[in-house]
Design a protein. Structure first.
Length: 424
């Protein structure tokens, strides 16, 4: 493998606090050295990094990739292309495929399929319950041994308190977390938008905001009871975040992520029944959006995930209440997060930490770092270069972006996986 030298970039490693202009030498799939004045190794490919930021490859801890079972929406190959274009090199993949990832062979197959792309590492979730049906616990020991990083039922909440108690206790024995979709199922059933004036005006069935906080409160109590660990996915309300903040202050094993729609958009984005903006959980009020931004800044939120949910045209070309929820998020993850840096709400190092080392550490992934000898999984981006998000022109198969038409800054100009340039 030919050496690569990235020169003159602002190198940021949030985990160590390194932030300085310099060069980075990639050799044999790893980071051989980085810093100022490295020289020019004979035969090395030179990549100009002036006016760009070099950071670890992004670590996305929540995405559905369509395959297996829903290849008409997305395939692992098409998702890998979109991820590379977005600077993502590691993806934690939800288990709610067809068949669901409740068998060790499926865990190994997903990890192998990621490696086969040469572009991404796939870190599979194991199903928390058999078939993700919420009826009985899956075989955590076998799934963990096969490489499952945590256990989840994906977009379905584990609704039974008794079942969640057993899941937390069982997962604890294997040093693993339960990742919960925090939404009380009976309150959310049939809903299409956040309950309130807008949903009423549009004639849409509502999901009360308290559906999220109720599930968070219950599961925090179950963590206290069992000594287990829970991670709440795509948290979207101030009430839930206040509960998580308080639980962390008591030293409980509680963490959470959010996704770009919940800090960049509010419920007005559903506009004239824009089904691309129908998500799960639904878009919230402006007060909740601001609460999410504040929780990113104060450390309550541990990661920003793409929450990539590919849908095809037939899933979305339906009346709003009937359309499938979900938004494509791989290619837009970095740019939408950087909008919070440009607004002054977040520092650049904080934003990149939420996309790299913090999610990697929380899920025990060997990624998210720039350090000598570490795998050369890297993202080079131009923070001040602008572009427009357009459905139909995104990389990959899924085009159902809630950010359609949004002007953003932050263009990925190069992505490396194990020292090989896979984008740019």
């Amino acid at each position: 493998m030919r050496d690569t030298l990235i020169i003159g970039a602002r190198i940021i490693d949030p985990a160590s606090g390194h932030d300085a202009v310099g060069d980075c030498l990639l050799r044999g799939g790893t980071i051989a050295d980085f810093g100022a004045g490295l020289g020019r190794p004979e035969g090395a490919a030179i990549v100009e990094g002036a006016d760009c930021v070099l950071c670890p490859g992004l670590v996305d801890v929540r995405a559905s990739l369509g395959e297996p079972g829903f290849e008409y929406r997305e395939t692992i190959g098409s998702a890998a292309l979109a991820a590379s274009a977005g600077g993502i090199t590691t993806i934690a993949v939800l288990p709610d495929n067809a068949p669901p990832t409740d068998d060790p062979a499926l865990v190994r197959a997903l990890a192998g399929a990621g490696e086969a792309t040469g572009r991404i590492t796939i870190a599979p979730y194991g199903a928390a319950t058999r078939g993700c049906r919420g009826e009985s616990i899956a075989e955590y020991g076998l799934l963990r041994a096969a490489g499952a990083i945590a256990f989840s039922d994906g977009a379905r909440a584990i609704g039974s308190a008794g079942l969640m108690r057993r899941a937390l206790s069982y997962a604890r024995g294997f040093g693993a977390m339960i990742v919960q979709h925090p939404e009380e199922p009976s309150l959310a059933a049939g809903g299409a938008a956040t309950s309130g004036a807008r949903a009423t005006l549009m004639g849409l069935p509502g999901i009360p905001v308290c559906a999220e906080a109720m599930m968070v409160a219950r599961d925090i109590m179950l963590v206290e009871l069992t000594g287990g660990a829970v991670h709440f996915a795509h948290v979207s309300t101030g009430a839930a975040l206040a509960l998580i903040r308080a639980a962390k202050s008591r030293g409980l094993a509680v963490s959470c992520d959010t996704a770009p729609p919940y800090f960049d958009l509010n419920e007005t984005a559903i506009g004239d029944f824009r089904s691309y903006a129908k998500l799960s959980p639904p878009l919230r009020t402006e007060d909740d959006r601001l609460a999410v931004v504040a929780a990113l800044a104060d450390g309550t939120i541990d990661a920003v995930a793409s929450d990539h949910q590919p849908r095809d045209a037939d899933d979305k070309r339906l009346p709003f209440a009937e359309a499938a929820p979900g938004g494509a998020g791989l290619a837009t993850l970095l740019a939408i997060t950087l909008a919070q840096v440009q607004s002054g709400a977040l520092g650049l190092n904080t934003a990149l930490s939420l996309l790299t080392d913090r999610p990697a550490r929380r899920f025990g992934l060997g990624a998210g770092r720039i350090a000598k000898g570490r795998p050369a999984d890297l993202c080079l981006f131009a923070p001040d270069r602008s572009w427009r998000i357009e459905a139909g022109r995104l990389p990959g198969k899924a085009q159902n972006t809630p950010f359609d038409g949004r002007a953003v800054e932050g263009v990925v100009v190069g992505t490396w996986k194990a020292g090989v340039r896979v984008f740019g």
